[in-house]
Write a protein that binds this ligand. Structure first.
Ligand code: SF4
Length: 351
């Protein structure tokens, strides 16, 4: 059941309520390497990343946030583990949100210090629980990071937030197991009205990680649970954002850029369809408006799908037919297919 959540504001981005699901990622550079970090964030911005998190390991990282912030457009989140003082310094550097981990931030007074400063600056805090780093006393009690152990961790830290009358909170509770993640988020969703940041942590390399994330995040979003997502991949962060939008587009929750339909090819295909599709995908990254493009291998499903899409190619033997808005536009040789398709696309979207 969709349960409307509280709304928090991260820079100029809203999370929760009826706002669109926000796509975020995390940089993989040393944050103190300002040049590389800014370049990576700019690449993330280009693919539609809406919020970016940065690891803050030391004072140099926390200080670098000031300069990074001046050079990028999207809101910054400081990812803090172990040392609450780094959270305070990151807030002074102007970040738009702090993520703390209840498993390692330490005693209540340290959490309170972070809450007070965030309150002064009017920024939210994400309580980011990870199954791999629960507080030692909780692990002693439960022995394993069960749902109950993660919920106890959350309930306990929330008490500190309540005492300080601070409700500008986002919650995440990630683990690498897809079904366990679903169970934990459902439990949190039913108990609290704070917006939820979804993700399958340490989900894997591009292929397996995208699938696990799509299933876990997809199940939750389909049930109306979740307000912002991060697909964690052991790959370039831009791919996390692309994967995030693919999940949202598949569920009709967001429109972002083109959607490419490609037939899987079979023995009937008489062109190098994969080469054509990869080239089309690359060229489509320049288009930011929502469009459906079909690249189809033969006359079986080709004309049908190509007509249904905004634009499409249906191939034959060394040739292909270009479709636009359901109409057949022209037939061209295989080596002219891509250029002609994009000429037709640009003619139509520029008019
Ligand atoms: S569209 Fe044609 S080539 Fe592509 S999978 Fe279907 S039958 Fe095979």
């Amino acid at each position: 059941m969709k349960r409307e959540k509280r709304v928090v504001k991260v820079g100029n981005v809203f999370i929760g309520g009826t706002h669109p699901i926000v796509v975020q990622s995390m940089t993989k550079t040393r944050t103190s390497d300002i040049r590389k970090t800014v370049a990576q964030i700019k690449r993330l911005q280009n693919v539609g990343c809406e919020i970016v998190r940065l690891a803050v390991l030391n004072r140099a990282d926390a200080d670098a946030l000031k300069e990074i912030k001046k050079n990028v457009q999207i809101p910054l989140v400081a990812d803090i583990h172990f040392d609450y003082r780094l959270a305070l310094q990151a807030i002074d550097s102007g970040v738009n949100k702090i993520r703390i981990n209840p498993g390692n931030i330490g005693e209540e007074w340290k959490v309170t210090e972070v809450i007070k400063k965030a309150k002064d600056k009017g920024i939210p805090i994400r309580i980011g629980i990870n199954s791999g780093s629960l507080p030692p006393k909780i692990l002693q009690k439960y022995r394993h990071p069960t749902t109950e152990a993660m919920m106890d961790t959350l309930d306990e830290i929330l008490e500190i937030f309540y005492k300080n009358n601070f409700l500008d909170i986002v919650i995440s509770a990630k683990c690498p197991d897809v079904l366990k993640t679903v169970e934990i988020y459902e439990t949190i969703h039913n108990r609290y009205d704070f917006p939820l940041h979804l993700g399958i942590t340490e989900s894997g390399l591009l292929f397996s990680g995208s699938i696990r994330s799509a299933i876990g995040i997809g199940i939750l979003l389909y049930k109306g649970i979740g307000d912002t997502i991060r697909v964690s991949l052991a790959d370039k962060p831009e791919k996390e954002v692309i994967a995030g939008y693919e999940i949202l587009k598949a569920l009709n929750l967001r429109e972002y850029g083109p959607k490419l339909i490609v037939c899987p090819t079979c023995g009937r295909c008489e062109v190098d369809l994969l080469k054509i599709a990869r080239e089309v995908e690359k060229k489509l990254t320049k288009i930011k408006i929502p469009l459906t493009i079909a690249v189809m291998g033969c006359v079986v499903n080709g004309p049908g799908e190509a007509k249904e899409a905004d634009f499409g190619i249906a191939c034959g033997k060394g040739i292909g037919t270009i479709f636009a808005k359901g109409r057949e536009i022209k037939r061209v040789k295989e080596n002219r297919l891509i250029d002609t398709l994009f000429e037709v696309i640009y003619e139509n979207i520029n008019n």
